[in-house]
Ligand binder design. Structure first.
Ligand code: ADP
Ligand code: MG
Length: 483
């Protein structure tokens, strides 16, 4: 019989003789379940890998996972122990690259493969995450710079990585835009994958959770969705504040949370605000979140900013003098994304102009990132960013129309224009279609209020109804304006 190992990386990673061991296990499985079933369910559809702690069985989709796990796991276990001696844990992983079980060998199989197709569509998020963790969670802790502002979060993350039944459940990390929350969360997943490769983990954004939940509802596949999520040993959800104002998803998530927590498994959540500060978040959910470990990330200090810049330059093999790094780190203090943006620009400038990176260049780049009255940001840049985001046109923003989406877009435009251009409020008022300066100031104050409360905003965007928080909207717009 042929070995089902097809992934050269696994062969290379495994001990010598791994291939023979796998062939022997496959033979033993075939002997137990019969050639026909083996042919249908194993020959091309599974890939067995033996590690020190477990037997990892990769299967092509959720349907095959359920079927093979449900019917054959004891056969796999016994076959493995007959070859290896001792009992090892069997872990199933979805690898979308494998061939699905053969269909057409009778009506039962055909019917089943119909189901399989619909189920695998639902599970594709998880399949992708499990099979290619490097794509879904590409950031690792190897290049995460630890400083006072993120030390506690980092230590808690390490505890989650090191202990499967760690003391913090959930671990809830919150902090401002661009401070490394996503980096840390993906870093946890990648480290777990490396240290305990058999762990069933999933990294997903809260938006993915909402979308998958809604799809499951629509296609009447709620059970499959629940089973898939609730069997995870580590669930990592990014930007959980996205659930604000979505009571039914919050309710669903509460049950998910309870199920995973009850099973003694780990949940890590990331948000832009403390659980109790997320508006339109159910009290029940918030109190569950604060029952674990809540840690805040604050901006990096000067030394950490220098290390981040140095690391960035080294990663792209660019020569950036110490003085330049110090200058950038001294002037750009708000967040890491901004630092990285400046370094990127600096390095791009120098290579485009064929000049070495020098302090003069650094002054230019930093000034661009810093300036409140930035000559490079023009009102038209702001308007086009805002218009694209909210799905309205500039002329709608200049018109007297008062519907929610247009008003929100107009107010954000005014706020950003006051912040980033040198236009006075009277000039801006005239530009926005004959409005006076008091109207502009009022609009700015309104946005400031929304931001300070991080209120929930809803509007009708280009892709339908949208809901987000004020700070998140601002972050998106700022980024669009700066790029
Ligand atoms: P957030 O999710 O908090 O908005 P991200 O995790 O997306 O922020 O971080 C923004 C960028 O800054 C990413 O490219 C990330 O790799 C980088 N970054 C953030 N914090 C750190 C850190 N402590 N060390 C190294 N890089 C960092
Ligand atoms: Mg993020």
């Amino acid at each position: 019989m042929q070995s089902s190992i097809t992934n050269p990386k696994d062969v290379a990673a495994g001990p010598a003789g791994q291939q023979d061991v796998v062939i022997a296990i496959n033979n033993a499985i075939a002997a137990r379940i019969g050639q026909q079933k083996f042919h249908i369910w194993f020959r091309h559809s599974t890939q067995i890998m033996v590690t020190d702690e477990c037997i990892k069985v990769s299967v092509p989709n959720l349907f095959a996972l359920r079927w093979i796990e449900g019917r054959f796991s004891s056969h796999i276990r016994q076959a493995a122990s007959s070859v290896l001696g001792g009992d090892r844990q069997i872990t199933f992983v979805i690898d979308a690259g494998l061939t699905p079980p053969q269909a057409g060998l009778g009506t039962t199989i055909q019917r089943l493969s119909e189901r399989k197709r619909t189920e695998s569509r639902l599970s594709s998020g998880s399949a992708a995450t499990q099979a290619k963790p490097s794509q879904a969670a590409r950031l690792t802790l190897d290049n995460f710079v630890v400083s006072r502002g993120n030390q506690l979060a980092y230590t808690a993350a390490r505890a989650v990585i090191d202990e499967p039944k760690g003391p913090f459940n959930p671990l809830f990390i919150h902090g401002g835009y661009g401070l490394g929350k996503t980096h840390l969360l993906q870093g946890i997943c990648n480290a777990v994958q490396k240290i305990r490769p058999c762990t069933r983990w999933q990294y997903m954004s809260a938006e993915d959770f909402v979308n998958q939940f809604v799809l499951a509802l629509k296609t009447k596949k709620l059970e499959a969705f629940r089973n898939r999520i609730r069997q995870l040993e580590l669930l990592a959800i990014d930007d959980i504040h996205f659930l604000a104002g979505k009571p039914s998803t919050q309710e669903e998530f509460l049950h998910t949370f309870n199920a995973i927590d009850l099973a003694g498994r780990q949940i890590v959540l990331v948000s832009d605000a403390h659980p109790t500060m997320i508006s339109q978040f159910s009290d029940k959910l918030a109190s569950r979140f604060i029952s674990g470990m809540v840690v805040k990330i604050t901006p990096p200090d000067f030394a950490a900013r220098c290390r981040i810049c140095r690391q960035y330059a080294d990663a792209v093999k660019a020569h950036v003098p110490e003085q330049v790094i110090n200058y950038i780190a001294e002037h750009l203090k708000d967040n890491v994304r901004q630092l990285e943006g400046a370094m990127l620009k600096l390095i791009a400038f120098s290579s485009l102009q064929g000049k070495k990176v020098d302090t003069e260049m650094a002054h230019e780049v930093a000034a661009e990132h810093l300036a409140r009255t930035d000559p490079i940001v023009h009102i038209s840049d702001i308007e086009s960013a805002v218009a694209a985001y909210f799905g309205v046109t500039s002329s709608e923003m200049h018109s007297p129309r008062k519907d929610k989406t247009v008003t929100l877009a107009r107010h954000f435009s005014m706020y950003l224009a006051r912040k980033h251009t040198s236009m006075s409020s009277s000039e801006l008022g005239r530009f926005m279609g004959g409005k006076n300066h008091a109207t502009v100031l009022l609009a700015c104050r309104k946005i400031e209020q929304l931001i300070s409360r991080n209120s929930q905003l809803s509007w009708h965007g280009p892709a339908g109804n949208k809901v987000s928080t004020a700070r998140l909207v601002l972050a998106h717009l700022e980024e669009a304006v700066a790029s």
